[in-house]
Write a protein that binds this ligand. Structure first.
Ligand SMILES: *Cc1c(COP(=O)(O)O)cnc(C)c1O
Length: 452
């Protein structure tokens, strides 16, 4: 495409579009990047540049771009039944077949799914569902949900409130009442002089303290991502989840594992809860469920919770597009591909070990304070001083690195000065080699800018 076409789209963006999570003035001064097509693990922009998408879109394109079967599944379903709702005692085959397929993959004892249109709606659903659950059990005062600072659970009112993003809370008085936060298990950033394992225990113990402070009779649930994604691919120390499990076992509260990123193979297991041996009561899902080809989310619910809901009369909650037949057909086909091509198994046995070995090589770079990862998730901490973990005083080093990535045909995301990746699960070893080469090039370019 010609340069003038890029300018055309950029003008439309400036004149008519309000994009999500964007500083409008800054974007309009610079011009937005226009992505026009994609195939496998690659994107193409309107200038014809090929870009290795190390973020799988937004953590979601698990089977990679350009899968004809997903297109066909959508077209077939649109011809057969493009829409019907699941309200008022009706249903349709795609939603029911998908619920069964998800139940087959889910941890034992989690056999039901409530469908939503997105991950945020899934988290709105869990907030409604856990409060409804306790009310049915005769404890309507058990309402408070404990989340974590720097956790991410979406951008609706409930999602933003359950999440712990202070910048989001700052715009419009969030969190809403009845939501509390404890610290995150971010050893590299907040662990100080402590050993990681000691830090993991100390941070987990905040859950115990918080439950005591609020009173167990007022706490409905604890919500957490198995690995924090948007917060910067924060992988808890090994001591963290076992300690949290001990605490949860002592208290009568529900546990919500937000699987929107970790679900559907990201860690090399079907769910992050499988990876860490967690036993959640509710699991919000989205993203990898459809590989992002069409919006869909849901909540997988433990049998015991379902038994209680069955006794509660009508649950006054749902969406026009809950279980949308076209989305369900695409999700079903996406799960078929993941299973039949044994993509999750390959991530665990081959791709993840290979990526993580090569990712660790980057730890030697002068700019990198820590390289960490699990499955096909990775993070690099960019620091001024590797030994002392001293950060850069000037803001925007991560964004600068991100700009170098785009210029060199690579999408990496910057969370502050943490560079993160989450590539499609179908990425091959040669593509991983290309990814590592490109990351190194971009780190070198960033180092020249900031270390001199
Ligand atoms: C992306 C995300 C969400 C929100 O999903 P949307 O589809 O953007 O609403 C919720 N939880 C986690 C862990 C996420 O990464």
């Amino acid at each position: 495409m010609s340069d003038s076409q890029t300018l055309h789209w950029q003008a439309l963006s400036r004149d008519h579009h309000l994009p999500p999570f964007t500083d409008y003035k800054a974007l309009n001064a610079k011009g937005t990047r226009i992505i026009t097509r994609a195939s496998g693990v690659y994107l193409w922009d309107s200038d014809g540049q090929r870009i290795l998408d190390a973020m799988a879109g937004l953590w979601c394109v698990n089977v990679g771009y350009g899968r004809e079967e997903l297109v066909e599944a959508a077209a077939r379903q649109m011809r057969e039944l493009p829409y019907y709702n699941l309200f008022f005692q009706t249903a349709h085959p795609p939603a029911l077949a998908l619920a069964q397929a998800i139940a087959e993959l889910a941890p034992a004892g989690m056999q039901h799914v409530f469908f939503t249109g997105s991950g945020s709606e899934a988290n709105d659903t869990v907030l409604r569902m856990v409060r409804h659950y306790w009310a049915i059990k005769g404890q309507p005062e058990k309402k408070v949900v404990i989340g974590r600072w720097n956790g991410y659970h979406g951008s609706t009112v409930a999602g933003a409130s359950l999440g712990g993003m202070k910048a989001m809370h700052g715009q419009g008085d969030f969190p809403i009442p009845g939501i509390e936060h404890i610290d995150q298990p971010y050893w590299y950033g907040e662990g100080g002089d402590m050993e990681p394992e000691e830090f993991g225990i100390r941070i987990a113990d905040q859950l115990e303290q918080k439950i005591r402070e609020i009173g167990e009779d007022k706490v409905a649930a604890f919500i957490a991502e198995p690995i924090q994604g948007a917060g910067g691919v924060i992988i808890p120390p090994d001591s963290y989840w076992p300690r949290i499990k001990e605490i949860l076992a002592r208290h009568d509260i529900l546990f919500i594992a937000d699987e929107v990123i970790c679900g559907f193979g990201r860690t090399g297991e079907w769910f992050g809860s499988d990876y860490y041996g967690l036993e959640p009561d509710l699991m919000p899902i989205a993203k990898g469920l459809t590989s992002g080809y069409i919006p869909m989310g849901g909540v997988i619910v433990r049998d015991e919770v379902v038994r209680t809901l069955n006794e509660g009369g009508e649950f006054y909650h749902g969406f026009t597009y809950s279980g949308h037949p076209v989305a369900a057909a695409v999700a079903l086909e996406n799960l078929r591909i993941l299973r039949e091509e044994r993509i999750v198994e390959r991530v665990k046995a081959q791709t993840a070990p290979y990526l993580q070995r090569r990712w660790q090589e980057l730890a030697e770079h002068p700019l990198v304070g820590q390289a960490r990862g699990v499955g096909l998730l990775g993070a690099l901490e960019l620091v001024k001083n590797k030994k002392t973990r001293e950060r850069f005083a000037e803001p925007g080093v991560g964004m600068r690195c991100r700009e170098h990535c785009f210029r060199n045909g690579l999408v990496m995301r910057a969370v502050g000065d943490t560079m993160i990746i989450s590539p499609p699960l179908v990425i091959g070893e040669q593509e991983i080699d290309e990814l590592i080469d490109k990351v190194r090039l971009c780190l070198d370019a960033t180092a020249r800018d900031v270390l001199g």
